[in-house]
Design a protein around this ligand. Structure first.
Ligand SMILES: [Zn+2]
Length: 340
């Protein structure tokens, strides 16, 4: 670390956290419990986070849409509470304001697993109606991930080899021109390629991102992007949000996050690289090998972003640090949200 006084931290945009799951699923959860979740409000404030994407997450299982609906309503409740410190950001103007606002944290919703709006055994049309309910309640959603770890009616998740289904193609057709990105962070490789192929074949207006994934070339994990897919996201002017979870970085090397970021930049991700820290509640996680979930440097939003940017200060020009902190995500969001 530099011994110089820390400069004014940059505003931060982060593409992924699970605060809504925590608040709706964990008994006695509160917004300010940093010990339980790294994106608790005091941590976001201390870390100068100005826009936090709030995932609406579920596993693929019966009742998944009810589970997700609680998070949808929690988002709306927080957005409507003028005293909680969080406010919804759904327009480019609000994004500008949020980035310059000394108080308060902007938030926008996203769907992590389409099983959150469509059960496996219900008509797709009913699922689309539930998707509209989420969009209405949250003002908009930034992105949709079709799957989580498992396969569902839309395609294969990270631990599957399945590609896209007819329903998956219909979901892409449905969000065409709706200013909603498709997220590759939880797809199988086969599904990711099928998504890109369908977008190209049908000439769909669907932006592509990886909201919270690192690079498989640096750490061989199915949650990480192979170089080819990372390059596709870069070529399509998408975003790649760096994930802080130890098991996706390198389980032995606390410096690995920096190496992932430099690898991304070497591949041409100057305008794509950003943060998708993936803070979630892990205390009840069944796998002891996953502990500690984060290296202490990355444990919570209050210090993690600044720590990483300080580390990179001697390697990267200030302009690139600003792009990573917020600039790339800001540009992307402004571009896809503009009125066409
Ligand atoms: Zn995730």
């Amino acid at each position: 670390m530099s011994t110089q006084a820390t400069s004014q931290p940059y505003p931060i945009i982060d593409l992924h956290c699970d605060l809504l799951v925590y608040l709706t699923d964990v008994p006695n959860a509160t917004l300010d419990n940093i010990a339980e979740i790294g994106c608790a409000l005091p941590a976001l404030t201390a870390g100068n986070v100005k826009l936090q994407v709030m995932a609406i997450y579920c596993a693929t299982a019966p009742g998944s849409t009810n589970y997700a609906a609680l998070q949808r309503d929690m988002f709306a409740q927080l957005a409507n509470d003028n005293n909680c410190g969080l406010h919804a950001v759904t327009t480019p103007a609000q994004l500008q304001q949020a980035l310059h606002n000394p108080n308060g944290i902007g938030m926008v919703a996203a769907v992590e697993n389409a099983s959150g709006f469509c059960e496996e055994d219900e008509p797709l049309e009913d699922g689309f109606k539930k998707l509209e309910k989420i969009i209405d309640a949250c003002g908009r959603i930034l992105y949709i991930s079709m799957t989580h770890n498992d396969a569902n009616r839309f395609g294969g998740g990270n631990f599957s080899d399945k590609g896209i289904t007819r329903d998956g193609q219909m979901l892409l057709d449905y969000i065409h021109g709706r200013q909603i990105a498709i997220d590759l962070s939880h797809t199988s490789d086969a599904l990711a390629y099928d998504i890109l192929t369908h977008i190209d074949n049908e000439r769909l207006d669907v932006p592509v991102i990886a909201s919270h994934s690192n690079f498989r070339a640096m750490w061989d994990q199915r949650r990480n992007l192979p170089n080819e897919l990372a390059q596709e996201v870069i070529r399509r002017n998408g975003l790649i949000g760096m994930n802080f979870l130890r098991s996706f970085l390198n389980t032995q090397d606390p410096e690995a996050l920096i190496h992932h970021m430099l690898h991304g930049l070497n591949m041409g991700a100057q305008n794509a690289l950003c943060f998708g820290a993936d803070y979630f509640y892990f205390a009840d996680h069944p796998d002891p090998a996953r502990f500690p979930f984060y290296y202490s440097e990355h444990e919570h939003a209050g210090t993690s972003y600044n720590f990483i940017l300080e580390k990179l200060k001697h390697t990267l020009p200030q302009q690139q640090l600003e792009k990573i902190a917020y600039g790339n995500a800001q540009q992307f969001i402004e571009r896809i949200w503009q009125i066409r």
